[in-house]
Write a protein that binds this ligand. Structure first.
Ligand SMILES: NC(=O)C1=CN([C@@H]2O[C@H](COP(=O)(O)OP(=O)(O)OC[C@H]3O[C@@H](n4cnc5c(N)ncnc54)[C@H](O)[C@@H]3O)[C@@H](O)[C@H]2O)C=CC1
Ligand SMILES: O=C(O)[C@@H]1CCC=N1
Length: 264
């Protein structure tokens, strides 16, 4: 598969790292106005780092547009004359609907909205996908590629905004929980580096337990909360302070914001 990434900022460079780690391409074009994040990849076999978006589109079949919503229209407009039936146009731009992309490149073109997260750089993304009518038959190929970089789920386009909040913004939400745990551990007397390691491995263990056992979180919580013990004391205090409620409210605030982006 000949892949191009247009826009190699935070997410585009993460996708590039994941693809390179996995060698999931026959050729990879990385195009940006400022290629600083990916310059080091230019020496790799079959990887081209360029400022030339047109060259990247011409030389590729699958094009991932990893641009901020405010830049995507103008970049699509500048390459649209080169987009043909062989291309699959992929966009990761939050809040940018397929209809907007169709309005620029044409409704007869193959378009897939892809919503990965930055863990794609280490092959651990949760990536959601939604395709326009024409591109339904290309979802298999898209899943093949993104499954090598984590896990995928095909969802209706209406749910992509929600998936953006849960999975893409979600990386930041989980990071903040790790940091807060670290701060607590430092207060209890651990050195910062120790606190970080304790928080991280415990977080990893919790996620792995759920993933490998398939159990509901409350079932695992019941196995930890000794009657009259310290865990239930801490959990109840966290809930009195609004832990679950604040997470749910934050997710909803994020969702409201992304729906505003959609209207811009
Ligand atoms: N950062 C994240 O974790 C996630 C971001 N997204 C979406 O991905 C998109 C990109 O986000 P980031 O990577 O964080 O933004 P970013 O600002 O780090 O990267 C955007 C890149 O586009 C480049 N660019 C701008 N105009 C260009 C042009 N005319 N030609 C070529 N390159 C150009 C910029 O130089 C920059 O490197 C956004 O639409 C965002 O909503 C989606 C999921 C997660
Ligand atoms: O914060 C944002 O708007 C983008 C989309 C999800 C992650 N970063």
């Amino acid at each position: 598969m000949r892949i191009a990434i247009i826009g190699t900022g935070n997410l585009g460079s993460s996708i590039a790292k994941g693809l390179i780690g996995n060698k999931s391409y026959t050729s990879l074009y990385l195009s940006d106005k400022n290629t600083a994040n990916v310059d080091a990849f230019n020496t790799l076999e079959n990887v081209t780092v360029t400022n030339d978006n047109l060259l990247a589109v011409e030389q590729s079949d699958m094009i991932i547009f990893a641009l901020q919503p405010k830049h995507i229209n103008s970049v699509l407009e500048s390459v649209t004359h080169l987009i043909t039936d062989r291309h699959t146009v992929m966009s990761v731009a939050a809040g940018v609907e397929i209809s907007r992309i169709e309005g620029i490149v044409g409704g007869d073109k193959h378009i897939i909205r892809v919503m990965p997260n930055t863990a794609i750089s280490i092959g651990k993304s949760m990536t959601c996908l939604a395709a326009n009518t024409v591109a339904q038959d290309r979802l298999v190929l898209a899943k093949d590629i993104f499954n090598q970089l984590g896990t995928t789920m095909v969802i209706p386009e209406e749910q992509i905004q929600a998936a953006t909040v849960i999975c893409a913004s979600g990386i930041a939400f989980w990071m903040r929980l790790v940091r807060a745990t670290t701060q607590g551990a430092i207060q209890l007397g651990f050195e910062a580096h120790e606190a970080h390691e304790l928080a991280l491995q415990t977080c990893y263990g919790a996620a792995s337990l759920l993933k490998e056992s398939g159990k509901h979180p409350e079932e695992e919580i019941d196995r930890v909360t000794t009657p009259s013990g310290c865990t239930i004391e801490g959990l109840n205090e966290m809930e009195h302070q609004g832990l679950s409620s604040s997470l749910i409210k934050g997710i909803n605030a994020s969702f409201e914001k992304i729906n505003q982006l959609k209207k811009n």
